[in-house]
Ligand binder design. Sequence first.
Ligand SMILES: C[S@@+](CC[C@H](N)C(=O)[O-])C[C@H]1O[C@@H](n2cnc3c(N)ncnc32)[C@H](O)[C@@H]1O
Length: 211
Amino acid sequence: MKIGKMVRKMAGPLEPMLANAYREFFFDVDGFADEVAKLGEVDQVVEIGCGEGALITSLAKRMPKTRFLGVDVCAEVGRLFEGDKDRVQFRCADAQVIVDEGRVLADLVIVCDVMHHVPVEQRHAVWDAATKLAKPSGRIVFKEWLKQGTPIYWVGYASDRYITGDEIQYETKSDWMCQMSAQAPGWGVVGEMKLRPWRTNHAFVLERTAG
Ligand SMILES: C[S@@+](CC[C@H](N)C(=O)[O-])C[C@H]1O[C@@H](n2cnc3c(N)ncnc32)[C@H](O)[C@@H]1O
C-alpha cells in the first residue's frame, strides 16, 4: 500500500482533517475557491478530476446557488464532500462519458491539479472533454503546480511521487501555455491567478476566442 493511503487509513475519523492539513501546506484550496468565486456565481460548474471533493466543498460554500458536478476516474470520488448535497453530484466516470451523455453543459469547467497525473499522450482527451463540456459562453479554469527550480517545487514533487505514490509529470508555465494552445484550439488565456501559499500554484482562465 502507498504511504499516503496507509497513513490516511490509520487516521480513521481524523482523516479529513489530516488530509486537509497536508494539502494546505502546499495549496490553499479555500484561497483558490475565493478566486474562482470572484469570477461570478454561475448556474453550473463541472470539475474534472474532482478527487474526494475538497475543492467542490469549498466552492459550494462560496457559490450557494450554483450546481456542481464532480467527475473523476477514482473510486473515492466525492467521498469527503461536506455541504449541500442537493445541488452537488459526483460521478465515477471518464469525463468523455459525461460529454457523450450530453446532459450537462457548464458555465465553468475546472481542472485542478489533475493534468500532471495524466500521461502526456492522454492529455488531449481531458482537454477535449473540458472544452466540450463548456457552454459557448463558458470558461475553463486550469490550475497546476508549476515546474520551477525552487525548493518547494521539489518538495511537492517528492510528496506526489513518494508519499502519494503517483506517476506525475509537471510542466513549466511556458510548456503549459504551449500545451493549452495545441490542445484547446480556439481557446485563449484571459486571466491568471497567483495562488497561496506558494507561487508554484498557478491557474489560467480560458475563454473561447473563435467559433
Ligand atoms: C491531486 S487530485 C486533485 C483533486 C481535486 N481536483 C482537488 O484539487 O482537490 C488528482 C485527481 O485527478 C484524477 N485524475 C487523474 N487522471 C484523470 C483523468 N484522466 N480523468 C479524470 N480524473 C483524473 C485522480 O483520480 C485524482 O483524483
